[in-house]
Design a protein around this ligand. Structure first.
Ligand SMILES: [Zn+2]
Length: 483
């Protein structure tokens, strides 16, 4: 068993700290946050959050009526203002005002990454051009994508995140320890640093897994005494194993919110030993933010239905509960670049219709398949999270790379295969590549440019991160790559 410390008689200092933490959280929620949010960031996050806290308990029929109104409003706007949808709705004779339920969306084709790339300018709402926020994602299949969303959508995204994290005990202003990937090479701006300080957020780069970096992370954890941890699943599970193996735990239970990757049983067991029994899985994507989150009943993940209309599609029809299907998302509040029936590349299973023991009426996902990047190993035997490749390519604002795949062979050498993107520029690419070397810590690393990336010769799958653990048989050696 993991060494755990029980605080049967709480020390005076610990009690004072806990009371201080509670007072700060209240001050933050009631005074600092509204002032900061409205005066500085001009967001309506708080107003949405209050609505969301209420709507999660509503009778499903009442909530679904409101969601249907949001959907019809979005479709109507997109069909009127956004060139791509104007054309699409005309071609499909699709009338938004005639929509009677979200199932009517099935009359429209899926929005793929290829369509977004090809029709990007026609997908951006002309009224929002220039005011949208711009982001990128590496995509789970290694083909990065850029996209935009409106500031109004950002407020919804933040509110949805705060509510979903709230099921794990998170509140804005609570001391939060982010064991997270540092996605940007630039140091955080003054505004971001001030925001983090007010929110009492500590960020530690989870992509660095060597002994020194783990010691630093441990020190930050002990120094800041967080009330909650938000992490990348695999790197935190590995950090947890390191803590357990060395008997370093000297804290009481801390709830852990896991993101970016699925939480497997082994991860959950290890995280529980290091941080206690309150482990929560979340599912999100950079395109739409939090899609689903686990509640305190730990019985699947509730969908963010007020902000996203999520379909699970199998062979063109709605998948049955428990049946694996493609995740198709319609973002109800992103008018800046409407994403209607966006095929996000993930595969998930819907839970049955039995109500969740927690009492919330939001539908649930049973699980999201895949969502695991393989783990590389450096010269000293430390782990290097494979997800670091996704993270670094997500950072690119422009389409530097069309597709990528990283392979570590049995000798430890890493080859990054890249298909150049539309906005490829050698200088920019070299800057990103330089950051790979930082995380790979001296591993032999080379880059190959290809016209296309074939499924891996051993797995046969189009995996993004591949770690070869046994010598490949001579018979299935890879074909020579085109440089
Ligand atoms: Zn629940």
């Amino acid at each position: 068993m993991a060494p755990t410390v029980s605080f049967s008689t709480e020390s005076r200092a610990a009690r004072a700290r806990r009371q201080g933490d509670r007072a700060y959280t209240a001050l933050f929620e009631k005074v600092l946050w509204p002032t900061w949010d409205v005066a500085v960031r001009r967001r309506e996050t708080r107003r949405h959050l209050l609505e969301l806290e209420r709507s999660q308990w509503l009778d499903p029929e009442v909530r679904e009526r409101a969601e249907l109104r949001s959907l019809i409003d979005l479709l109507t706007y997109a069909g009127r203002e956004v060139p791509y949808y104007r054309e699409l709705f005309r071609a499909y004779r699709f009338e938004p005002r005639g929509v009677r339920s979200s199932a009517d969306l099935a009359a429209l084709p899926l929005l793929t990454r290829d369509i977004i790339r090809e029709r990007y300018d026609d997908l951006v709402d002309p009224n929002h051009r220039g005011t949208n926020l711009k982001k990128g994602t590496s995509g789970s299949t290694g083909n990065p994508l850029k996209f935009e969303y409106s500031p109004a959508s950002e407020a919804w995204r933040q509110a949805i995140k705060i509510r979903g994290y709230g099921w794990a005990g998170y509140r804005p202003g609570k001391k939060t320890f982010y064991y997270w990937a540092a996605v940007s090479s630039a140091p955080p701006s003054l505004k971001v640093r001030l925001d983090r300080a007010l929110r009492r957020e500590t960020f530690v780069d989870s992509m660095r897994q060597d002994e020194y970096s783990r010691r630093e992370a441990l020190e930050a954890l002990r120094r800041t005494r967080p009330e909650i941890i938000v992490c990348y699943t695999q790197s935190c599970a590995q950090f947890a194993r390191w803590i357990v193996d060395r008997g370093l735990r000297d804290w009481d239970d801390i709830p852990v919110i896991c993101g970016a990757e699925a939480v497997l049983l082994g991860d959950r067991a290890m995280l529980e030993r290091a941080f206690g029994p309150n482990i929560f899985e979340t599912y999100g994507s950079r395109e739409t933010m939090l899609i689903a989150a686990e509640c305190e009943a730990h019985a699947g993940m509730h969908l963010s239905e007020e902000n996203l209309c999520v379909e699970i599609v199998k062979d063109g029809r709605a998948a049955a509960p428990g049946e694996a299907g493609d995740v198709v998302v319609t973002d109800l509040h992103n008018y800046g670049m409407p994403m209607i029936r966006y095929l996000n590349g993930d595969v998930a299973r819907r839970a049955g219709s039995t109500p969740c023991p927690c009492g919330r009426s939001l539908a649930r996902l049973e699980q999201v398949d895949g969502r695991r990047a393989d783990t590389l190993t450096d010269r000293e035997g430390n782990t290097v999270p494979g997800i670091v490749f996704h993270v670094l390519f997500s950072d690119a604002r422009r389409e530097l790379v069309r597709q990528f795949q990283a392979v570590q062979n049995v000798r430890g050498e890493v080859t990054l295969k890249v298909v150049r993107g539309r906005d490829f520029a050698q200088d920019d690419f070299d800057r990103v590549a330089g950051r790979f070397s930082y995380y790979l810590r001296g591993l032999p690393f080379r880059i190959e440019f290809h016209d296309a990336i074939e499924p891996h010769h051993r797995s046969g799958k189009l995996q993004t991160i591949i770690v070869e653990r046994n010598p490949p048989a001579a018979a299935c050696a890879p074909a020579a790559a085109a440089r």
